[in-house]
Design a protein around this ligand. Structure first.
Ligand SMILES: Cc1cc2nc3c(=O)[nH]c(=O)nc-3n(C[C@H](O)[C@H](O)[C@H](O)COP(=O)(O)O)c2cc1C
Length: 312
């Protein structure tokens, strides 16, 4: 079994990847997307999204991190992929799943799912330019407004030479509305041989078991479920049976301090509040901490309160 931490723009940055991969259970990560238009970006753009480029493309605990790019033009996508590799990327991921209006309006993300030919062309062009030993992975949704073309989409990605395909089991129009349609995976599997990673709505061990049962697959990606419960990967792997709130709460001051160091005071306050809200989905105790810190706007007061509340 292989487990992936989902890329989440504005949520899973370097600090979150570092923290979650230290816990264990995660086999691979993907960065937040880099939106490619028509230029090759300077180094700092790649380093900002993926500071791990400076440490062999892996997190401190040794988990590989692929750099994700998003865009609709084959040539600049290929050139930016090459640039990321030159800077140390150990794998590239292409995002054809982003549902954001501004992204789709600018010919990126899920809007590409309307055309198998365009997807095929982009993946082929990027793959052709990449060195053979660097893997190219692709992330999609089931389709734009219907899942009816998902088999053709998957086939076009396999045909283009991608090494692995992650499928978020919803269309763009489904947004994030439950359920995720895992039942499409066995239908897609009948037509493609490539590695597939199943994604969408795995919030806990029970969801994982259902998803595994229904799909028969061995690779899964978890996003929101991972920020709601940082121990989910270890639980899925049968390596953690403790009271996870006791361990989770200890992560909060570290997260705040790393976010402060890596970005700024305001960033750290905002992200820690955001994380507490996500944690509240799994742990009522996090909701009570959130209520206690939600109006705090200075770093010193925030960390004092956080330390106090998480030491109890
Ligand atoms: C806030 C947020 C940001 C996201 N950003 C990205 C992104 O940068 N790249 C990407 O491929 N998917 C992105 N996604 C989609 C997730 O990777 C994942 O496919 C989706 O959340 C479904 O998985 P989950 O139910 O385990 O969260 C994002 C999702 C959320 C909620």
């Amino acid at each position: 079994m292989k487990l992936y931490l989902a890329p989440m723009d504005g949520v899973v940055d370097w600090v979150m990847r570092d923290l979650l991969t230290r816990i264990g259970g995660i086999d691979q990560c993907v960065t937040e997307f880099i939106r490619v238009v028509d230029v090759v970006y300077p180094d700092h753009v790649f380093y900002k999204r993926c500071p791990e480029l400076k440490t062999g493309g892996k997190t401190a605990s040794g988990t590989p991190v692929f750099v994700q790019i998003l865009g609709g033009q084959a040539e600049p996508m290929a050139l930016n992929a090459l640039k990321a590799i030159e800077l140390g990327a150990i794998g590239i991921d292409i995002n054809f799943g982003c549902p954001a209006k501004t992204v789709n309006r600018n010919d990126g993300g899920a809007t590409l799912l309307k055309s198998c030919d365009r997807i095929n062309d982009i993946v082929k062009s990027v793959k052709k330019r990449m060195p053979d030993h660097i893997p190219l992975t692709v992330k999609i949704r089931l389709g734009y407004d219907t899942a009816s073309k998902c088999i053709d989409i998957a086939k076009s990605i396999e045909d283009a030479g991608a090494d692995l395909l992650t499928i978020h089991c919803r269309t763009k129009m489904d947004g994030y509305k439950p359920p995720a349609y895992w039942d499409w995976i066995p239908k897609i599997r009948e037509h493609v041989k490539m590695d597939l990673v199943v994604n969408g709505d795995i919030w806990n061990l029970e969801d994982y078991k259902k998803c595994q049962d229904l799909t028969g697959e061995s690779q899964f990606m978890v996003g929101r479920g991972a920020v709601a419960d940082p121990f989910i990967f270890q639980k899925i792997k049968g390596a953690y049976f403790e009271n996870s709130w006791m361990d989770t709460k200890k992560l909060l001051p570290t997260f705040f301090e790393s976010s402060y160091q890596f970005h700024s005071e305001n960033f750290a306050i905002t992200r820690t509040k955001q994380w507490l809200k996500s944690l509240s989905l799994s742990y009522p105790e996090a909701s009570s901490i959130f209520q206690n810190v939600k109006t705090i706007t200075t770093g010193n007061e925030f960390i004092d309160k956080l330390q106090n509340l998480t030491n109890q």
